[in-house]
Write a protein that binds this ligand. Structure first.
Ligand code: ADP
Length: 570
């Protein structure tokens, strides 16, 4: 009867699950075990989808990508000690990419801490370098408020990773149902609302006049702009002013790669010659050559738009606008509306970029047109590009990792819709692929997910193909199999000496590995392909089936380059 349910005790696991559900969490990623299994089960019973992984590392990568794709914190649940340590991979990846993530870990009994308890670790200390905020719940009454705090802080200002520690004794404490309800309501009331940053109109006017007066203006957009869902504002700005734009890899698709003002295929010219660069939601870090000469002109004036004030202080741009990309671009568009300007197609700068882009595209197309067998990287990439374009809208989410596979893919594969590209990102994290696929498939269930991965990237988390099959996710994983990291043995004769010279090279895997049979072990579909026709037919079949599949593509082990395009760093 209602009286007895009213008084049914609520334990820490249930209270945490209730708080998550009430505060808007709809998905969780993780690995269960002592002491958090009941938390996961309770969450599912309250309508949260729990995606159970084999390894916390992959689950963490999934949670980070989920945060990016949805703008809501991705939830990662782990067990104590080693589970928490594995989860640090996801937490740190979220921080490096500035994506919102909340990691919740169970931890050992508070009274046994310091005595060598089961899976004991000072988890608060362990997460410190990898999180923007962390908190340990000391007793059950604190759970709802702590849950609210981590969820809020993860998305506040610059998004990032937060950590919540729940000791096993707290998970087993109880309160009455009415007490639980009061605690949740109180926490809900105290929730942090995003402060509205105020960008001064005069600053906006300054930015607009810099763009207006520039001889060679450029708009650079990054994954912060994609996260802010600023695509409509960006489109308006580019269309009305005629200023060329350059997306960073994950910002590809904010505007279609095929847009006539896209400077992607003329990147060196665009960044090398622009005199004013409006950089929106992108850091002037290694990916953008620190904004320095010789890649950039030494006289370039940067206008940086970033939600994070410290980022702007660090880079010391000519002009910094602290605020949300969507809001700031909207203000810029409004300011321009009163006195519009447009470069026009015959503007020498626009013409130069468009000419260079066309030349480079034509050069690439000439390479792509050849059917090279055994496969190099280009031939299968062209076939995959055409198959992805053939899907139409909603466009597939592309997941990409590997050295050569990611480099070649970035140049060849086309993004036509925002937030449809996930790759190794700011941290160059390899092994993210399967986790990202799973996150994309659950965050955007109307989209097909296509991963184009090197065999080494795939190998980091290949067991998660079972997860694909278990949840029947619409994910097709294409493995560029060249038998190792960078492919075949590329050592010089002087490097092949010593007592272990008969061992395979550190970069080598078993040649001809049958990766496609991994997924077959769980009832998924596997394909082994080595020719254009075989690849085309595998893509046609798997894309229309929208069922988990692995396509193992045999690539010439000596095609491609060591370290992809980062050879100077090796
Ligand atoms: P990319 O790798 O695409 O160059 P980065 O990850 O280096 O992009 O930079 C993303 C930037 O976007 C970060 O500095 C982050 O603070 C910022 N950012 C995050 N959210 C927003 C937002 N809503 N509006 C503006 N900038 C944002």
């Amino acid at each position: 009867n209602s009286h007895s349910t009213q008084n049914a005790p609520v334990d820490g696991n249930l209270l945490a699950a209730k708080s998550l559900a009430r505060f808007g969490v709809s998905h969780m990623f993780g690995v269960v075990g002592i002491p958090v299994t009941s938390l996961a089960n309770r969450a599912v019973s309250l309508g949260i989808r729990f995606i159970a992984f084999h390894n916390e590392q992959s689950a963490g990568y999934a949670a980070s990508a989920y945060g990016y794709l949805t703008g809501k914190p991705g939830l990662l649940l782990t067990v104590s000690g080693p589970g928490c340590v594995h989860g640090l991979a996801g937490l740190s990846n979220a921080m490096a990419n500035t994506w919102p993530l909340v990691m919740i870990s169970g931890s050992c009994d508070q009274k046994d801490a310091g005595r060598g308890d089961f899976q004991e670790l000072d988890q608060i200390e362990a997460v410190k370098p990898f999180s923007k905020f962390s908190i340990k719940v000391r007793s059950i009454e604190e759970i709802p408020n702590c849950v609210a705090q981590v969820l809020d802080i993860a998305v506040l200002g610059r998004p990032g990773g937060c950590y919540l520690d729940i000791p096993s004794d707290v998970l087993h404490q109880t309160v009455s149902e009415s007490e639980a309800e009061d605690l949740i309501l109180a926490a809900e009331k105290s929730r942090n609302k995003e402060p509205v940053e105020k960008v001064e109109g005069s600053e906006i006017a300054k930015a607009v006049s810099m763009l207006r007066e520039a001889q060679r203006p450029l708009i650079v957009c990054g994954k912060g702009a994609a996260y802010a869902k600023a695509e409509n504002e960006l489109k308006k700005l580019v269309d009305t002013t005629g200023v060329p734009f350059l997306p960073t890899p994950m910002a590809k698709g904010l505007l279609p790669d095929t847009h006539e003002l896209a400077a992607t295929a003329a990147r060196s010219l665009a960044i090398g010659k622009c005199d004013v660069a409006l950089v929106v939601g992108a850091r002037l870090n290694w990916l953008l050559h620190f904004g320095e000469a010789p890649k950039w002109s030494k006289d370039v004036k940067f206008i940086l738009v970033d939600v994070n004030k410290e980022e702007i202080e660090l880079r010391k741009p000519h002009l910094g606008l602290v605020g949300d990309a969507k809001l700031v671009l909207n203000m810029i568009n409004k300011d321009i509306k009163d006195d519009p300007f447009c470069l026009g197609r015959s503007h020498p700068w626009v013409e130069a970029i468009s000419k260079k882009a066309k030349e480079n595209v034509a050069k690439m197309e000439a390479q792509l047109a050849k059917d090279v067998v055994p496969f190099n990287f280009l031939t299968p990439m062209r076939i995959i590009r055409d198959a992805i374009i053939g899907v139409g809208s909603p466009a597939p989410v592309l997941v990409s990792e590997g050295a050569n596979t990611m480099d070649v893919g970035r140049a060849v594969l086309l993004q036509t819709e925002p937030r449809t590209r996930l790759d190794a990102g700011t941290w160059g994290t390899m092994g993210v692929g399967l986790g990202y696929c799973i996150a994309a498939a659950v965050a955007a269930p109307d989209r097909l997910v296509v991963a184009v991965e090197g065999d080494s990237g795939f190998g980091f988390s290949a067991m998660e193909v079972e997860t694909l099959v278990r949840y029947q996710l619409a994910v097709v994983v294409i493995v560029f199999n060249n038998g190792g990291v960078y492919g075949g043995d590329r050592r010089t004769p002087e490097e092949i000496t010593g007592p272990y010279k008969k061992d395979p090279a550190p970069t080598s895997f078993v040649p001809g590995a049958a990766y496609h049979t991994l997924i077959e072990a769980f009832g998924g579909k596997g394909y082994l392909v080595g020719t254009p026709d075989e690849l085309k037919s595998a893509l046609t079949e798997s894309f229309s089936a929208r069922k988990p599949a692995v396509i193992n593509v045999t690539i010439d082990p000596y095609a491609g380059a060591e370290s992809g395009r980062l050879q100077h760093k090796n």
